[in-house]
Design a protein around this ligand. Structure first.
Ligand SMILES: [Zn+2]
Length: 274
């Protein structure tokens, strides 16, 4: 997100516009039938929720200060609003708000699940201008968890290897991805995951880019690779189907804001410009 400032030293001194994103687990409060900026304003929710208590600061985007509020109970919601899965916000919102809402969910969830010190069990305290939970009893500090994961396009001439993951909620096909194991280089993760999931070995692994993916608290590190050898044999615990798809005959693809989609479109552009 461009124009995003993580945190303020003194959020109480901020005088501009404030927006509070209201979360219930993985869901966020949105306006019904609103496209573009579907988040209800401060005034609308202030009559409904207690905003004097523990708001979790997210940061400033385009001059607006965003913070998060966890609610334990969905209960009644303000007029013309509803709770919606944060991941589905890409359908109605712009890219910045999609990622900001995802980040807010990640931070709010961290705030909620690390209320107690993992070492001694005391109540933790939030730091005033750093994203860390500190235990006043033993001094143990806890930062938000970020899990590195690799994502990789594997191509063979005009074809790309795509798979349908068993956890996907829509029938989309995407490039392969997986979490980095302790002791592994990113390139080793690429080789291992592609082999484990599809029985294909790859060569010419090159860095492509990265994207924080707040919905799973991960950092996606993207690569391109080329087919070296092997026949597709899927790991049916992880994926339902995999295949080589021609650049001009692709199946349903992942959300446009994802680096997975960017990897696939990068391959398509290269094929089309040949
Ligand atoms: Zn402690």
């Amino acid at each position: 997100m461009e124009n995003f400032i993580q945190l303020l030293n003194h959020p109480e001194k901020f005088t501009g516009m404030r927006v509070v994103l209201v979360y219930h687990n993985m869901e966020i409060l949105v306006e019904k039938n609103e496209v573009g900026n579907p988040v209800p304003g401060y005034k609308k929710i202030s009559g409904y929720y207690d905003l004097t208590g523990s708001l979790v600061p997210i940061g400033i985007l385009n001059g607006v200060y965003y913070s998060a509020l966890n609610v334990d109970d969905r209960g009644d919601t303000p007029e013309n609003t509803k709770f919606m899965n944060v991941r589905h916000l890409y359908r109605t919102s712009n890219e910045d708000l999609f990622f900001l809402a995802g980040l807010g969910r990640q931070i709010a969830d961290w705030d909620r699940t690390f209320r107690f010190c993992g070492k001694c069990g005391s109540l933790t305290e939030s730091h005033s201008h750093e994203r860390v939970k500190i235990c006043p009893n033993c001094g143990h500090s806890t930062y938000p968890k970020i899990s590195p994961a690799m994502i990789c396009s594997v191509t063979r001439g005009d074809e790309i290897l795509l798979a349908r993951g068993s956890k996907f909620t829509r029938p989309v096909y995407s490039v392969l991805a997986g979490f980095v194991e302790p002791g592994e280089t990113l390139e080793e993760t690429v080789e291992r995951e592609v082999m484990e999931e599809t029985n294909i070995s790859v060569k010419n692994i090159n860095y492509f880019g990265s994207q924080p993916w707040p919905f799973s608290s991960s950092m996606m590190i993207a690569f391109t690779a080329e087919y070296e050898s092997g026949e597709i044999k899927i790991d049916d615990k992880e994926i339902l189907d995999a295949g080589w798809f021609s650049f001009n005959n692709l199946p349903m693809l992942p959300t446009p804001y994802s680096i997975a989609r960017r990897l696939i479109m990068n391959f398509v552009d290269k094929c089309e410009s040949k």
